[in-house]
Each structure stands twice: as C-alpha cells, then as structure tokens.
Write a protein that binds this ligand. Structure first.
Ligand code: PBG
Length: 353
C-alpha cells in the first residue's frame, strides 16, 4: 500500500534520518503502529486472541408443569418456561446445534412449596421428570441441575430457616438428598448454587457412597448477592415470595479475595469445576480464579444481564447481536471455559451460519 498521498515528504525523511543515527528504529511510533495488524479482516482474524465457539455455551431452560405449555417470562422477553414435552424438543434443538449442555430450572407449583422444601427431595418432582424425559430422548446432551432449595421453599430462600436464620447444616442434609434424587434421575452435572458452607464435600461424599462416582459437580463457588438475578426469580416464581435478602449466604459484591477462598475450599471438597456469577460485572473475579487455580472455570451471564441487553435493544438503543457477542467474548477473554447464557441457542445458530 502507498503512503497516504497528503503526507509531507520532509517529515518522513526526517524520521528515516533519526532512525539511521541509532542504527535501528526507535521504540514506539512510527516503528510500532498497532493499527497495521488491524487493517484487514484476514489479519484481524489471524491475530485474534480469543475464540467463542458453540462448545463454550450452556443453555438454561425453565420448566413448568403441563403439556404443550409455553409461559413467557415477562421480564425476559424471548424466554419461555416450557412444559417437559417442549423442553425435550428444546433439548433436541440444542443437541442439533451442537450445544454441549443445558441447565434446568423448575418453576414448582405454589401448592408444593413449603417451609421444609419437601418437594426438592421427591424423586418424581418436576425437574427429575424433565431430566428423565430428556435423557431418554436426547442422551447425547449434558444435563446440569441446580442444587438449592429456592424453587421449593415457601419463603423463597435457598436454605431452610431456623429461628429466622438460614440454617447451614440442616440445609446441607436436604441438599444431599436433593443431589441424590437428581443424580438418580440421570443428571450429569450437579450445580450447588446455594452457597452453604461445606456442601460440596457433603454432596461429593454422598455421591461416592451411593455409587454416583461419575457425577460431576460444578460449584457455584463465587456467587454474589446480586440484584441481577431479579428476572430469574420471576421465572422460577421465587421472587415475589422472597422474604428479606440473601446477604447472609451469597457473597458481598464488594469482595474479591474472598472468592478465592470459596473456590479453594470447593476444590478441596471435590468440585470438578467452579463458577463465578454474575458475569459482566465480575469478570475480574473470573480472571483471578482462573489465574490462581487453572481449573475449569465457568461464568453465568445471568437473567438481569440478558434483560438489560434485550430492553435496550427493544428501544433501538443498542445493536443486540453485536452486544451479545461482545459480552460473551469478554467472558472468554477473562478466562471462562464455558458460559451459561440465555442467548445460547441464538448464538449457536449464528456461529453455525
Ligand atoms: C438459585 C439460583 C439463582 C440463579 C441461579 N440459581 C437465583 C438466586 O440465587 O437468587 C440466578 C440465575 C439468573 O439470574 O439467571 N439458587
């Protein structure tokens, strides 16, 4: 390529002279022009440091009772709660697109929610039936289930209450039983999202003792007490009933190093992979976790992140497709090995096209 025509020749010769004096180009401009590598599409592709592929994506699905039932989530435009038959269809679509895994979240009937979260340990509960149905029809896709009591408690908390407080150790007993019924149903990856202390070790031992030696555990190790979960709580029906907040068990958004302690403990207790959640506002934590431990590190682009992008796009304020790709590549750049995202299907379609 020729030099831009308008450039004064004298300036160029002056630079060449300066360079000649030292025998080599000076550091910095003009010897270094970072724009050289960016000029063409082929060059940009060649130097690209991070790739986003379909293999990086996990698609969360919300499940409801019924048949041929599809209930929109008002605060998450484009996301529906699906009855099991439609969830099977969605899983088929996901498998055809090459998505490695889906994550299932039940919206339990109000009548079945109680103080003790009894429905969580019913082997015939909604999520267990969904797992069985999907495993039967789409055995090649990985299934991830939350281990936490919030879809089942009348008060919307992830744990059981004793005297107005979340009771860590009593909750763990329930989580173990919940993990076992889900593993029995065929769940491949158990993902404790409750943030009780010691639950990873307790669940791991119970799995080993009961012959589930291959069931993977993805710990929501660094899960923050975030307002970005609002739309999710609408989707599973726990938001309106939630009494108080989750600050006594989920992490303070102001803390970074504490995430490393959480992750270290969960690895020691037998986690196969860990998660940081939410995504975009916590990518520094993803980076630190990946740097420190070098184990599979996932990130959850949560419901509120989805809704923010959708709301701005609906108003024509953001280019939806580009913002989605940018937010996901940012997760990868920060070190995430995989990303939970409600955009998984749409992005997989685009990556395939
Ligand atoms: C429940 C759970 C939550 C999410 C995943 N599992 C909500 C919460 O902890 O209140 C959030 C996911 C999202 O916002 O997309 N333990």
């Amino acid at each position: 390529m020729a030099f831009p025509k308008g450039k004064p020749v004298s300036l160029r010769t002056e630079r060449v002279k300066r360079a000649g004096k030292t025998g080599s180009a000076r550091p910095g401009y003009p010897a270094t022009r970072l724009r050289r590598n960016r000029r063409t599409d082929w060059s940009r592709r060649l130097i690209r440091g991070t790739q986003l592929t379909i293999d990086d994506l996990i698609w969360p699905l919300f499940i409801v009772e019924g048949e041929r039932t599809r209930l929109p989530v008002a605060s998450m435009p484009g996301v529906d709660r699906l009855s099991i038959d439609l969830a099977v269809k969605a899983a088929e679509e996901a498998a055809e697109l090459g998505l490695p895994a889906i994550a299932l979240f039940p919206n339990t009937d109000s009548a079945l929610r109680d103080e003790q979260a009894s429905e969580a340990i019913n082997p015939g509960n909604l999520v267990c039936r969904a797992v069985r149905a999907i495993k039967k029809e789409v055995p090649q896709i990985g299934i991830i289930c939350d281990v936490a009591l919030d879809p089942y408690t009348s008060h919307g908390h992830d744990g059981l209450m004793t005297d107005g407080e979340i009771d860590n150790d009593r909750t763990i007993e329930m989580l173990i039983a919940q993990a076992l019924v889900q593993a029995e149903a065929g769940c491949d990856i158990l993902a404790p999202s409750d943030m009780m202390d010691g639950r990873i070790g307790a669940i791991r031992m119970a799995l080993e003792e009961n012959g589930f030696t291959s069931t993977q555990i993805l710990s929501y190790a660094a899960k923050y007490a975030s307002a970005f979960y609002g739309p999710f709580r609408d989707a599973v029906g726990s938001g309106a009933r939630l009494s108080g907040d989750k600050l006594s068990y989920q992490m303070d958004p102001a803390n970074g190093s504490e995430a490393l302690r959480e992750v270290a403990l969960d690895i020691a207790e037998g986690a196969d992979m860990v998660m940081v959640k939410p995504g975009l506002a916590y990518l520094d934590v993803v980076w630190r976790v990946k740097e420190a431990f070098r184990l599979p590190t996932f990130v959850y682009q949560v419901s509120g992140e989805y809704s923010m992008i959708m709301a701005a796009a609906e108003r024509g304020w953001l280019d939806k497709d580009r913002v989605i790709m940018e937010s996901l590549i940012a997760c990868k750049r920060a070190g995430a090995d995989a990303i939970f995202t409600y955009f998984a299907r749409d992005v997989a379609k685009r990556l395939k096209a």
